[in-house]
Design a protein around this ligand. Structure first.
Ligand SMILES: NC(=O)c1ccc[n+]([C@@H]2O[C@H](COP(=O)([O-])OP(=O)(O)OC[C@H]3O[C@@H](n4cnc5c(N)ncnc54)[C@H](O)[C@@H]3O)[C@@H](O)[C@H]2O)c1
Length: 428
């Protein structure tokens, strides 16, 4: 397919109708995104992104669409596609494609080839700045289109798994331009990974299954930022939580928070709902399936669909069928049935009913994305190639914007306090 026919508008039977629905979803999201609203107003006046072409591979749904609007308001042209075959909302994709200066190649339910065709379409538009969620776009540019790198000022990465991949590339001297680790900023990780993943994963699982959390035995694999959020929110819904971990400090943290900590092999026999949040592969494997109870629910909230070994489950199963939208039941030879949600892809974005993170949380994450994009566009000299922390003053700026929008006042240091905190010559 040519790049033009890959555009969402040419792939829907009624693009105008889809656009209207998508725009309505965007209206709702925008009304709850005061940080992006404030940044958009400033961008319209200052146009700091004029002349830049932003290439994006993100979950294309309403909140992301508002970020695209903000970037376009700043003077950028934007090409966007999805970062997961199942997370795109086609109606929002159509609405994004209708924004002036923006093209969307994102479509829900694509296979691997179509997924990369759409990424390639974004790459071929020759971005000067990239925004990724999972690093597929950056990776593709480096592997297939290295000649484009000299015109790229830099990039931003949204998620833990993407930052891990980029650090591995940098360690191998394979990362050829600077990337801000947006994931690692406090304004992103402490809210998006913890509260966003916690709330939206539980909401998606509840809506997909129509089952209650109360009294359930829930196994959370990984007690990082996402795992802490999932565990806390599940406990808050009266589930009893088991945590599995490989890092002794985090296992201890989970224990001190009051959760049961067990190896997965033991947790597998006890759990009723399993949620993986590790960013790692083979977290739930064949030997775990062997001991699970009939009717368990398996869901993944980590970035890639590698945490639950679905290949082994498919091989082992004597029958499989869709029992509800977004739930595939696998029947084992002894009659036990295991239910996998959203094909093992991140459940809060890929389940049919999922809406992704709450809007307020994404306002923060995307506020950081917007100011980092601006920093790359306006820097006299961009940082050297590699993964860079987001400058702390930018993160503070986003926090201050949010507090102002919420009408929350807070204290500031007096001069004396500031001097005291910065001195070392005081004591008892
Ligand atoms: N679903 C979403 O919307 C969403 C949002 C943010 C991040 N993510 C993704 O979620 C994943 C986790 O992100 P994070 O920020 O919590 O990362 P993190 O590094 O803070 O936490 C991951 C935890 O998993 C543990 N772990 C690794 N292998 C394990 C194994 N085999 N068994 C048990 N524990 C194991 C690690 O020790 C670590 O404590 C990443 O893939 C990230 O990209 C998803």
């Amino acid at each position: 397919m040519s790049d033009t026919t890959l555009r969402i508008t040419d792939r829907l039977s009624d693009p105008a109708d889809a656009r209207t629905t998508g725009e309505r979803k965007m209206d709702w999201a925008r009304a709850h995104m005061p940080i992006l609203e404030a940044i958009t107003e400033r961008f319209e006046r200052e146009e700091p992104l004029a002349g830049e072409h932003v290439g994006m591979a993100m979950h294309v749904e309403a909140k992301t669409a508002v970020l695209v609007e903000t970037l376009a308001a700043g003077g950028a042209t934007v090409d966007i596609t999805g970062c997961n075959p199942l997370s795109t909302h086609d109606d929002v994709s159509a609405a994004v494609d209708a924004i002036e200066g923006v093209q969307s190649f994102a479509k829900r339910g694509v296979d691997d080839d179509e997924y990369y065709e759409a990424i390639d379409a974004v790459v071929r538009s020759e971005p000067t700045i990239t925004i990724d969620d999972g690093a597929d776009l950056i990776f593709r540019i480096h592997r297939e289109y290295p000649e484009l790198i000299e015109d790229i000022r830099g990039g931003c990465e949204e998620t833990t798994t993407g930052v891990h991949r980029l650090r591995a590339m940098a360690d191998d001297d394979a990362l050829a331009y600077p990337v801000y680790a947006v994931n690692d900023t406090p304004m992103k990780r402490l809210f998006d990974n913890v509260h966003g993943t916690g709330e939206s994963s539980l909401a998606s699982i509840a809506m997909t299954t129509n089952l209650s959390w109360a009294g359930k035995r829930v196994v959370v694999a990984g007690f990082g930022y996402c795992g802490k959020g999932v565990a806390r929110k599940a406990a808050g819904q009266n589930a009893s939580v088991i945590v599995t971990e490989v890092d002794p400090r985090r296992a201890l943290e989970a224990h001190m928070e009051g959760y049961d900590v067990l190896p997965m092999r033991e947790a597998a026999a006890e759990g009723e709902v399993f949620i993986t949040t590790t960013g790692n592969r083979d977290v739930i494997t064949e030997s775990d399936f062997e001991v699970m109870q009939d009717g368990v629910v398996l869901a993944n909230a980590g970035h890639f669909d590698v945490e639950i070994d679905l290949e082994a489950l498919r091989e082992r199963a004597v029958a499989e069928r869709d029992v509800r939208d977004g739930i595939r039941e696998y029947e084992l030879p002894d009659g036990r049935r295991l239910n996998v949600l959203a094909e093992g892809r991140l459940v809060n974005l890929a389940a049919p009913v999922s809406l992704g993170h709450p809007v307020e949380v994404m306002d923060q994450s995307f506020g950081v994305q917007a100011v980092c994009t601006e920093a790359l566009a306006t820097a006299e000299t961009v940082p050297e190639a590699g993964v860079h922390p987001v400058p702390d003053e930018l993160d503070h700026e986003v926090a201050a914007t949010k507090l102002e929008a919420e009408g929350i006042a807070h204290d500031s240091l007096t001069e004396v306090q500031e001097a005291y905190m910065n001195s070392w010559d005081h004591g008892t």
